[in-house]
Ligand binder design. Structure first.
Ligand code: GLC
Length: 546
């Protein structure tokens, strides 16, 4: 295998499959491996390089599968290991790599280890796999400290001991059903090395690492200062007791050895919400992880100054450790870009789904999202596309309250709707049961009119988002991937314009008035029509042969 093919991930476009909402093969209203296998040709024809599949492990699905009950199996709702193997073979046969999602910070409370921990009682080796502590106060009725769950409420839950008395507390950064592992315990470390090998042996090409900045904690850390808006964000303080601690890097050095012991070597992508970019770069040192989602870019405002700053920052900081940048506009935790950019967004936000407020102009958001797609695909490094992003699906903001499933909804006391609005099952056809998602309805209600955004409706329509993504992904292959980005200075301040090598340029107009294009031979692709004088209108992007 050549170095170039070993390094496939450095400029790969990875398509995120939220399996529960992608395609339902068995008609139970939830997506599954069978549905995904049927739709693999669609994914291949998009022109992407790899899939990342969200957790498919046995799970009570209290947090959409990020509450894993068994890390070495597949939930029967999604399929089984035999089907998983067939999926891997078929994807590989189509030239697609497959990444899974590993969730090392916590398990489900249905995991065998956690049940054993509850049954075994205080001080047992079974409890030492998780983070159990005695409470404060004379009868231990007060939580060990004031730390809060990212989903709202306390990060501690009191258990009832096997003898029926109120007992110790366990720590959970996320939902109460997601107890955190104790990564100081060598048994936990060994277990995860074994889980990695299990899936690599099956043929999986790599992992997206959930909450990669979690795992290592300083449980002796102080109480934290919280403000009221903290849901889904973390307090930005230095020396945070449970995020981005230096000790986590030792774990990744061990993981990297496992990945490198395979031929071809396997890949890791970090989900690490850390700032500034220098902190993120530490995860991507030579002997650690390969790549990381660039959430700084996702969070930057739709203004030329912010985008330029974010691009410069990402490229240069990651280059310092030899890692490529990645570009992300959406995932299953953030508001769909068509909606996010349809707000009055010149202020950067967290992007987290369910948090943003205020009116949305979907037409404006769609125009911007089209321009943003061409910008993202022209930048050096890797890119991610979340299922439905290529269709221009908006966030579903009006899901009936009774259908909401994200634990954030309950834990926030019904003040935050959470992330279900970006997880609504995909529309495949213009009409019919669940718009072609499956024969048995859809686990989250799809809005009326969803069919107009279906694959069937957009396929072959040159003006559709799907056609734009297909064209962009195809033409991207001719952008010289080794060429760095150089800014074109002659354009106005509110225009983002750069070259990749001598032959290719990308120009995006974020200003209020049309902008004259730099000298070029040809317009290769445009996110919207140019004006009658050949100028680039507001919120429009072009790729140029120069
Ligand atoms: C990650 C996942 C998110 C999940 C959380 C807890 O941020 O992307 O969906 O809720 O981890 O596992």
């Amino acid at each position: 295998m050549t170095q170039a093919s070993r390094d496939w991930w450095r400029d790969a476009v990875i398509y995120q499959v939220y399996i529960r909402s992608f395609a339902d093969g068995n008609g139970d209203g939830e997506g599954d491996i069978a549905g995904l296998r049927e739709r693999l040709p669609y994914v291949r024809d998009l022109g992407i390089d790899a899939l990342w599949i969200n957790p498919w492990y046995p799970s009570p699905l209290n947090d959409g599968g990020y509450d894993v009950a068994d890390f070495r199996d597949i939930d029967p709702r999604f399929g089984d290991l035999v089907q998983a193997k067939s999926l891997l073979d078929e994807a590989h046969g189509l030239g697609l790599k497959v990444l899974l999602d590993i969730v090392p910070n916590h398990s489900s409370w249905d995991h065998r280890w956690f049940r054993e921990a509850l049954a075994a009682g205080p001080g047992s080796p079974e409890r030492a796999r998780y983070i159990f502590r005695d409470g404060r106060g004379p009868d231990g009725a007060l939580p060990p400290n004031n730390w809060r769950s990212v989903f709202g409420g306390l990060a501690w839950e009191r258990v009832t001991e096997p003898d029926g008395t109120p007992g110790q507390w366990y720590f959970h950064i996320f939902d109460v059903s997601q107890p955190d592992f104790d990564w100081e315990n060598p048994e936990v470390r060994a277990e995860f090395l074994d889980i990695l090998r299990f899936w690599f042996d099956l043929g999986v090409d790599g992992f997206r690492i959930d909450v990669a900045h979690g795992m290592v904690k300083n449980m002796a850390g102080p109480d934290l200062p919280y403000d009221e808006s903290g849901l889904l964000d973390r307090p930005s303080i230095a020396d945070h007791p449970f995020f981005d601690r230096d000790g986590v890097h030792d774990i990744y050095r061990g993981w990297r050895e496992v990945a490198d012991s395979y031929d071809p070597p396997r890949l890791y992508v970090a989900e690490a919400w850390v700032e500034p970019a220098e902190r993120l770069a530490r995860y991507l040192r030579d002997d650690e992880l390969h790549s990381a989602f660039n959430f700084g870019y996702l969070k930057s405002a739709w203004t030329a100054a912010d985008l330029r700053r974010s691009i410069d920052d990402s490229v240069s900081t990651l280059a310092s450790v030899g890692a490529p940048a990645t570009w992300v506009l959406e995932n299953h935790d953030v508001e769909r870009v068509v909606t996010r950019y349809g707000r009055d967004v010149t202020a950067a936000g967290t992007g987290h789904a369910g948090k943003a407020k205020g009116p949305v102009d979907v037409e404006l958001g769609t125009r911007r999202a089209r321009a943003a797609a061409l910008l993202m695909l022209a930048l050096p490094g890797g890119a991610y596309v979340y299922q439905g992003q290529e269709l221009g699906l908006p966030e579903v903001l009006d899901l009936p309250e009774g259908s909401l499933q994200d634990p954030v909804w309950e834990r926030s006391g019904h003040t935050e709707r959470g992330r279900d609005g970006c997880r609504v099952p995909l529309p495949w056809s213009v009409s019919g049961s669940s718009y072609g998602f499956g024969s048995g309805g859809a686990w989250l209600p799809q809005p009326a009119g969803w069919g107009e955004l279906s694959v069937e409706a957009e396929d072959g329509d040159p003006a559709s988002m799907l056609s734009l993504y297909r064209d962009g992904l195809r033409l991207r292959r001719s952008i010289p991937s080794v060429e760095p980005l150089t800014w074109i200075d002659e354009t106005a301040d509110d225009v983002v314009a750069f070259q990749r090598g001598r032959g290719f340029a990308c120009v995006v107009n974020l200003g209020a008035t049309p902008s004259t294009l730099p000298a070029h031979r040809e317009v290769i692709l445009a996110s919207g029509p140019l004006d009658a004088d050949g100028r680039l209108p507001t919120d429009t992007a072009v790729w140029l042969a120069v």
